[in-house]
Design a protein. Structure first.
Length: 605
């Protein structure tokens, strides 16, 4: 057997699945082709870590994990072995491994997902909706997006509305507070006003928690549209679904009910938190969407990518530099804004992308807003200045000797006081969401797992919780596995309260603002949630955020992770840890290898 493969496995650079897959590929090839086995193991491993493919040219001749024992083949040796193999094919062929002309190696399934998604996006970007009456369109846009104070030369919310009215594909990306939800509910009202028959609309998000937040945001935004005609208001849905539920998970748990042969019966689909949608799910979603339907993707392309393989929203928005000349002129005529200063004239997919720039939450003097901008720009020096010496009341750098568990307990005191006072359940959820500790990782001394245990011990020390009860009043847990029968989803947060007879019950908020109680014994897999990973915090916001850095650099501490943590905070961001570690992280991008960017913008590849 391949000695290099065994060494990779012993050094934990590949896992069990990767090793067995590589050996299967070698057997299918009819021998012990070591370069082939190494390539198969590495592509299997990298897909599990979020990549769609591996770049053989970048890996060739390197020592993975700085290993002294293993040096990967040269590019020439790798290419010769792969081209000679019966299990490797070129794009368009049916083989376990696909090798393209850019020396990118894929598992067939992920190459196919990427190809289909790229084709679907480009096809939709070229489709225009039936031209609405120009006068009615302008009147509707002015009514729903009235002129605001001159915070910017261009009202990008108007541009987004016009894009959705004119095109089959609209991608709206913006940070927290840029008005994405407000924009989309007004877009739906505009579409209803422009059509004789109210469109059939679905709202969806990648997780149950994100779907519930979308519903709550839509309820809040809908109050500003009360003056619209009743038929228009009825056309705006008030419920949102997870993408899996929308597509219809089969009883076997494998595959979806809706697909190319059984498309969704929709005219408009809105997908919120699109940055969390992985390549496979996005590909299946677009295959299930009928050709005539409009697709509106909402998200923040600067945030973390999906947990599963791919960085779809980031790939879509990467390099979006401007609109085609014809489209710029059309938009300018309709919204009265001069778009000529925008760079680029790529057109194509770029004509479907709208970036919301103005934050209605963070003003020019907001420390959180300026910190988020510095992180996005990769400006570590500015990040350090803001945290170490900036006169911003919403930014706090803790004493390096402060114990993170005590800092977290300080933030939780108001919540436990509300528990002790017998406050209504809705107020308890509000109190709990005023503060959260966020960690870059789940494992390690300062990972969320250990930190949760230390926080609980600190709460016991302060007399805030009863150490003799596992399910003490106020205990907070997060669901980590979907349970469709209980309608509990990965990411849902429950609070323990005393029920009838003093028995503990775990209370969850429902999308309509109600509360549902579940006995602890019935809960699906769950974990404490006084501290949570930054990945798990996506789609949530808290008044105050305590970011707890590890003691040394870890691979996951990157610019996107830090930006996501900073922008979870509404009013105060607190850092516990070494600022220089944060500065190092800001300099590192989360690079996920894929060919989607090249597919979407072939002129750049």
């Amino acid at each position: 057997m391949s000695r290099a493969l065994d060494r990779l496995y012993r050094q934990r650079l590949i896992g069990d699945l990767d090793l067995h897959f590589a050996r299967l590929i070698q057997r299918l090839d009819g021998g012990e082709n070591e370069p082939l086995g190494l390539a198969a193991a590495l592509v299997s491993s990298r897909v599990q870590q979020g990549d769609i493919c591996i770049d053989l040219a970048a890996l060739a001749g390197t020592r993975p994990g700085d290993s002294r024992e293993i040096q990967l083949p040269s590019l020439e040796e790798w290419l010769n072995a792969l081209h000679a193999s019966a299990v490797t094919g070129a794009p368009g062929s049916f083989a376990p491994l696909i090798l393209d002309r850019h020396h990118q190696l894929y598992l067939y399934r992920y190459w196919d997902y990427e190809r289909q998604l790229g084709a679907q996006l480009l096809a939709r970007a070229r489709l225009f909706s039936p031209a609405p009456d120009r006068g009615a369109l302008i009147e509707g846009v002015l009514r729903l997006f009235p002129p605001a104070s001159s915070h910017t030369d261009i009202d990008w919310q108007r541009v987004a509305a016009l894009s959705a009215a004119l095109r089959h594909l609209t991608i709206i990306s913006g940070g927290p507070g840029t008005g994405k939800t407000t924009t989309v509910i007004r877009i739906l009202a505009l579409l209803a006003m422009l059509q004789e028959r109210p469109p059939v609309v679905a709202l969806a998000a990648p997780t149950g928690k994100a779907a519930a937040r979308l519903e709550a945001s839509l309820r809040d935004a809908a109050s500003s549209l009360a003056e619209l005609p009743e038929p228009v208001l009825r056309a705006i849905p008030r419920r949102a679904s997870t993408l899996h539920r929308l597509l219809g998970v089969r009883g076997s748990g494998v595959g979806f009910h809706h697909g190319p042969e059984h498309p969704l019966a929709l005219d408009v689909l809105v997908v919120d938190e699109a940055s969390m949608v992985d390549l496979a799910l996005m590909s299946k979603l677009l295959q299930a969407l009928p050709a005539h339907a409009r697709l509106i993707l909402l998200g923040d392309h600067n945030q973390l990518a999906s947990v599963e393989a791919g960085a779809v929203l980031g790939d879509i928005c990467a390099g979006a530099g401007g609109y085609s000349t014809a489209y710029r002129e059309q938009l300018a005529q309709l919204c009265g804004a001069d778009l000529n200063p925008m760079d680029g004239s790529a057109g194509g997919l770029d004509d479907s992308i709208v970036l919301l720039r103005h934050s209605y939450r963070f003003g020019r003097d907001s420390g959180i807003g300026r910190l988020a901008e510095a992180v996005i720009a990769g400006d570590g020096a500015a990040v350090a200045r803001l945290l170490e010496g900036g006169p911003h009341a919403d930014l706090t750098l803790t004493d390096p000797h402060s114990e993170p568990a005590r800092l977290a307990a300080d933030g939780l005191v108001p919540y436990f006081k509300a528990i002790a006072s017998g406050a209504p359940v809705a107020e308890l959820f509000t109190a709990f969401d005023r503060f959260r500790a966020l960690c870059p990782t789940r494992v390690g001394l300062l990972g969320s797992d250990r930190l949760n245990r230390r926080i609980e011990r600190e709460l016991v020390r302060r007399g805030l919780v009863d150490p003799t009860r596992d399910w003490y009043p106020g205990r907070a847990v997060m669901i980590t596995r979907n349970d469709y029968s209980l309608q509990l989803y990965n990411g849902d947060v429950g609070l323990v309260l005393e029920g009838d007879g003093g028995h503990p019950m775990v209370c969850f908020q429902t999308p309509d603002g109600g509360v549902r109680a579940v006995a602890p014994a019935r809960l699906p897999e769950h974990q404490p949630v006084y501290a949570m990973t930054i990945h798990k915090s996506q789609g949530s916001e808290f008044d105050q955020v305590l970011m707890v850095l590890p003691q040394q650099m870890i691979p996951t501490l990157t610019r996107e992770l830090i930006y996501t943590a900073v922008t979870r905070a509404r009013s105060r961001f607190i850092l516990s840890g070494d600022v220089q570690l944060l500065v190092q992280g800001v300099a590192r991008d989360t690079l996920r290898h894929s060919g989607l960017r090249r597919l979407l913008r072939p002129e750049n590849g």
